[in-house]
Design a protein around this ligand. Sequence first.
Ligand code: C5P
Length: 218
Amino acid sequence: LGIAILAIDGPSASGKGSVAQRVAEVLEFAYLDSGALYRLTALAAQRAGVGWNDEHSVAQIAQSLDVRFENERVLLAGQDVSAVIRSESIGVGASQVAAFAAVRQALLARQRAFATKQGLVADGRDMGSVVFPDAQLKIFLTATAEVRAERRYQQLIARGESADLAAITRDLQSRDERDAARTEAPLRQWHDALLLETSGLNLDQVVECVLSSWKTRM
Ligand code: C5P
Protein backbone atom coordinates (compact mmCIF):
# COMPACT_ATOMS: atom_id res chain seq x y z
CA LEU A 1 0.00 0.00 0.00
CA GLY A 2 2.90 2.32 0.76
CA ILE A 3 1.06 3.70 3.75
CA ALA A 4 3.02 3.95 6.99
CA ILE A 5 1.17 2.14 9.76
CA LEU A 6 2.20 1.59 13.35
CA ALA A 7 -0.07 -0.86 15.18
CA ILE A 8 -0.21 -0.89 18.98
CA ASP A 9 -2.17 -3.64 20.70
CA GLY A 10 -2.48 -4.63 24.32
CA PRO A 11 -4.78 -5.20 27.29
CA SER A 12 -7.01 -2.63 29.02
CA ALA A 13 -5.27 0.26 30.78
CA SER A 14 -1.87 -0.73 29.41
CA GLY A 15 -1.35 2.89 28.35
CA LYS A 16 -1.83 2.16 24.62
CA GLY A 17 -4.10 5.15 24.09
CA SER A 18 -1.83 7.78 25.65
CA VAL A 19 1.24 6.31 23.98
CA ALA A 20 -0.39 5.99 20.54
CA GLN A 21 -1.71 9.55 20.70
CA ARG A 22 1.68 11.02 21.63
CA VAL A 23 3.51 8.99 18.99
CA ALA A 24 0.98 10.08 16.35
CA GLU A 25 1.55 13.72 17.32
CA VAL A 26 5.32 13.43 17.04
CA LEU A 27 5.20 11.60 13.69
CA GLU A 28 2.34 13.82 12.47
CA PHE A 29 0.33 10.71 11.66
CA ALA A 30 -3.41 10.24 12.00
CA TYR A 31 -4.58 8.35 15.08
CA LEU A 32 -7.16 5.57 15.31
CA ASP A 33 -8.60 4.71 18.72
CA SER A 34 -10.33 1.48 17.65
CA GLY A 35 -11.61 0.80 21.17
CA ALA A 36 -13.66 4.00 20.87
CA LEU A 37 -15.60 2.41 17.99
CA TYR A 38 -16.54 -0.59 20.15
CA ARG A 39 -17.41 1.76 23.01
CA LEU A 40 -19.55 3.89 20.67
CA THR A 41 -21.31 0.77 19.42
CA ALA A 42 -22.10 -0.28 23.00
CA LEU A 43 -23.38 3.20 23.83
CA ALA A 44 -25.47 3.49 20.65
CA ALA A 45 -27.00 0.07 21.37
CA GLN A 46 -27.82 1.08 24.92
CA ARG A 47 -29.47 4.28 23.69
CA ALA A 48 -31.49 2.33 21.13
CA GLY A 49 -32.64 -0.10 23.80
CA VAL A 50 -30.77 -2.97 22.13
CA GLY A 51 -29.19 -5.56 24.42
CA TRP A 52 -25.40 -6.03 24.22
CA ASN A 53 -26.02 -9.75 23.67
CA ASP A 54 -28.10 -9.23 20.50
CA GLU A 55 -25.42 -9.82 17.83
CA HIS A 56 -27.57 -9.11 14.81
CA SER A 57 -29.04 -5.82 16.02
CA VAL A 58 -25.77 -4.61 17.53
CA ALA A 59 -23.99 -5.34 14.22
CA GLN A 60 -26.57 -3.22 12.39
CA ILE A 61 -25.96 -0.41 14.85
CA ALA A 62 -22.19 -0.73 14.34
CA GLN A 63 -22.66 -0.61 10.57
CA SER A 64 -24.70 2.59 10.64
CA LEU A 65 -22.84 4.37 13.45
CA ASP A 66 -22.98 8.15 12.89
CA VAL A 67 -19.64 9.11 14.43
CA ARG A 68 -17.18 11.96 14.03
CA PHE A 69 -13.74 12.27 15.57
CA GLU A 70 -12.80 15.90 16.13
CA ASN A 71 -9.40 16.42 17.76
CA GLU A 72 -10.00 15.28 21.33
CA ARG A 73 -13.77 14.95 20.96
CA VAL A 74 -15.94 12.06 19.81
CA LEU A 75 -19.40 12.88 18.45
CA LEU A 76 -22.19 10.33 18.23
CA ALA A 77 -25.10 11.58 16.11
CA GLY A 78 -23.67 15.07 16.58
CA GLN A 79 -23.52 14.83 20.36
CA ASP A 80 -20.27 14.98 22.35
CA VAL A 81 -19.93 11.61 24.09
CA SER A 82 -16.16 11.76 24.77
CA ALA A 83 -16.60 11.41 28.54
CA VAL A 84 -19.57 9.01 28.47
CA ILE A 85 -17.77 6.36 26.42
CA ARG A 86 -14.86 6.28 28.90
CA SER A 87 -16.97 4.95 31.76
CA GLU A 88 -16.26 1.48 33.11
CA SER A 89 -19.78 0.28 32.31
CA ILE A 90 -19.46 1.22 28.63
CA GLY A 91 -16.04 -0.48 28.68
CA VAL A 92 -17.71 -3.68 29.81
CA GLY A 93 -20.41 -3.30 27.11
CA ALA A 94 -17.71 -2.67 24.50
CA SER A 95 -15.97 -5.90 25.40
CA GLN A 96 -19.28 -7.79 25.16
CA VAL A 97 -20.23 -6.49 21.71
CA ALA A 98 -16.61 -6.87 20.53
CA ALA A 99 -16.84 -10.64 20.94
CA PHE A 100 -19.31 -10.88 18.01
CA ALA A 101 -17.90 -11.60 14.53
CA ALA A 102 -20.66 -9.59 12.82
CA VAL A 103 -19.88 -6.54 14.94
CA ARG A 104 -16.14 -6.75 14.22
CA GLN A 105 -16.87 -7.18 10.52
CA ALA A 106 -19.17 -4.14 10.54
CA LEU A 107 -16.38 -1.97 11.95
CA LEU A 108 -13.58 -3.26 9.73
CA ALA A 109 -13.88 -0.93 6.72
CA ARG A 110 -14.40 2.06 9.00
CA GLN A 111 -11.12 1.31 10.77
CA ARG A 112 -9.18 0.74 7.55
CA ALA A 113 -10.42 4.07 6.21
CA PHE A 114 -8.21 5.80 8.80
CA ALA A 115 -5.13 4.69 6.86
CA THR A 116 -4.27 7.54 4.52
CA LYS A 117 -1.03 8.81 2.97
CA GLN A 118 -0.44 10.86 6.10
CA GLY A 119 0.40 7.66 8.00
CA LEU A 120 -1.43 6.10 10.93
CA VAL A 121 -0.92 5.05 14.50
CA ALA A 122 -3.70 2.62 15.45
CA ASP A 123 -4.37 1.20 18.90
CA GLY A 124 -6.58 -1.69 19.98
CA ARG A 125 -6.54 -5.45 20.36
CA ASP A 126 -6.27 -6.67 16.75
CA MET A 127 -4.60 -3.81 14.89
CA GLY A 128 -1.55 -5.90 13.98
CA SER A 129 -3.37 -9.21 13.55
CA VAL A 130 -6.60 -8.45 11.66
CA VAL A 131 -7.13 -4.81 10.74
CA PHE A 132 -3.62 -3.86 9.57
CA PRO A 133 -1.69 -7.12 9.12
CA ASP A 134 0.79 -5.29 6.84
CA ALA A 135 1.70 -2.64 9.42
CA GLN A 136 5.42 -1.79 9.29
CA LEU A 137 5.67 -2.01 13.06
CA LYS A 138 3.49 -3.93 15.52
CA ILE A 139 3.85 -3.43 19.22
CA PHE A 140 2.25 -5.39 22.02
CA LEU A 141 2.13 -3.03 24.95
CA THR A 142 1.51 -4.46 28.37
CA ALA A 143 2.06 -4.05 32.11
CA THR A 144 1.23 -6.17 35.13
CA ALA A 145 -2.42 -6.30 36.23
CA GLU A 146 -1.54 -4.34 39.41
CA VAL A 147 0.17 -1.54 37.51
CA ARG A 148 -2.69 -1.31 34.99
CA ALA A 149 -5.34 -1.17 37.73
CA GLU A 150 -3.36 1.53 39.52
CA ARG A 151 -3.04 3.58 36.30
CA ARG A 152 -6.78 3.32 35.62
CA TYR A 153 -7.48 4.27 39.25
CA GLN A 154 -5.28 7.39 39.03
CA GLN A 155 -6.92 8.32 35.73
CA LEU A 156 -10.42 8.21 37.26
CA ILE A 157 -9.32 10.15 40.36
CA ALA A 158 -7.68 12.80 38.16
CA ARG A 159 -11.01 13.20 36.36
CA GLY A 160 -12.72 13.78 39.69
CA GLU A 161 -14.60 10.49 39.54
CA SER A 162 -14.93 8.11 42.44
CA ALA A 163 -12.87 4.96 42.07
CA ASP A 164 -12.48 1.69 43.92
CA LEU A 165 -9.16 -0.01 43.26
CA ALA A 166 -10.42 -3.51 44.09
CA ALA A 167 -13.43 -3.15 41.78
CA ILE A 168 -11.24 -1.78 38.97
CA THR A 169 -8.84 -4.71 39.34
CA ARG A 170 -11.73 -7.18 39.12
CA ASP A 171 -13.22 -5.38 36.09
CA LEU A 172 -9.92 -5.28 34.21
CA GLN A 173 -9.33 -8.92 34.91
CA SER A 174 -12.72 -10.10 33.64
CA ARG A 175 -12.48 -7.82 30.59
CA ASP A 176 -9.00 -9.15 29.72
CA GLU A 177 -10.19 -12.71 30.21
CA ARG A 178 -13.14 -12.16 27.87
CA ASP A 179 -10.94 -10.38 25.30
CA ALA A 180 -8.36 -13.18 25.38
CA ALA A 181 -10.80 -16.12 25.43
CA ARG A 182 -13.00 -15.10 22.50
CA THR A 183 -12.55 -16.82 19.14
CA GLU A 184 -12.84 -13.61 17.09
CA ALA A 185 -9.57 -11.63 17.14
CA PRO A 186 -8.56 -12.66 20.66
CA LEU A 187 -6.23 -10.42 22.62
CA ARG A 188 -2.73 -11.86 22.38
CA GLN A 189 0.76 -10.93 21.36
CA TRP A 190 0.90 -11.44 17.60
CA HIS A 191 3.92 -13.44 16.37
CA ASP A 192 5.58 -10.49 14.64
CA ALA A 193 4.80 -7.92 17.33
CA LEU A 194 7.44 -6.39 19.53
CA LEU A 195 6.70 -6.92 23.23
CA LEU A 196 6.94 -3.78 25.34
CA GLU A 197 6.54 -4.37 29.08
CA THR A 198 5.89 -0.94 30.56
CA SER A 199 5.41 -1.62 34.28
CA GLY A 200 8.61 0.16 35.29
CA LEU A 201 8.40 2.91 32.69
CA ASN A 202 6.67 6.28 32.57
CA LEU A 203 4.79 7.64 29.56
CA ASP A 204 7.78 9.59 28.14
CA GLN A 205 9.99 6.51 28.32
CA VAL A 206 7.44 4.32 26.56
CA VAL A 207 6.90 6.94 23.83
CA GLU A 208 10.68 7.19 23.35
CA CYS A 209 10.94 3.44 23.07
CA VAL A 210 8.17 3.21 20.44
CA LEU A 211 9.64 6.10 18.42
CA SER A 212 13.10 4.57 18.35
CA SER A 213 11.70 1.20 17.23
CA TRP A 214 9.81 3.01 14.50
CA LYS A 215 12.96 4.83 13.31
CA THR A 216 14.96 1.63 13.11
CA ARG A 217 12.13 -0.03 11.14
CA MET A 218 11.77 2.74 8.57
O1 C5P B 1 -9.25 -0.10 24.27
P1 C5P B 1 -10.55 0.04 24.99
O2 C5P B 1 -10.48 -0.29 26.46
O3 C5P B 1 -11.18 1.37 24.77
O4 C5P B 1 -11.51 -1.03 24.32
C1 C5P B 1 -12.75 -1.37 24.86
C2 C5P B 1 -13.10 -2.80 24.50
O5 C5P B 1 -13.28 -2.89 23.09
C3 C5P B 1 -12.01 -3.82 24.82
O6 C5P B 1 -12.17 -4.39 26.11
C4 C5P B 1 -12.18 -4.88 23.73
O7 C5P B 1 -13.10 -5.85 24.10
C5 C5P B 1 -12.77 -4.11 22.59
N1 C5P B 1 -11.81 -3.87 21.51
C6 C5P B 1 -11.60 -4.87 20.59
N2 C5P B 1 -10.78 -4.66 19.53
C7 C5P B 1 -10.14 -3.49 19.38
C8 C5P B 1 -10.31 -2.46 20.32
C9 C5P B 1 -11.16 -2.68 21.40
O8 C5P B 1 -12.16 -5.95 20.72
N3 C5P B 1 -9.37 -3.31 18.33
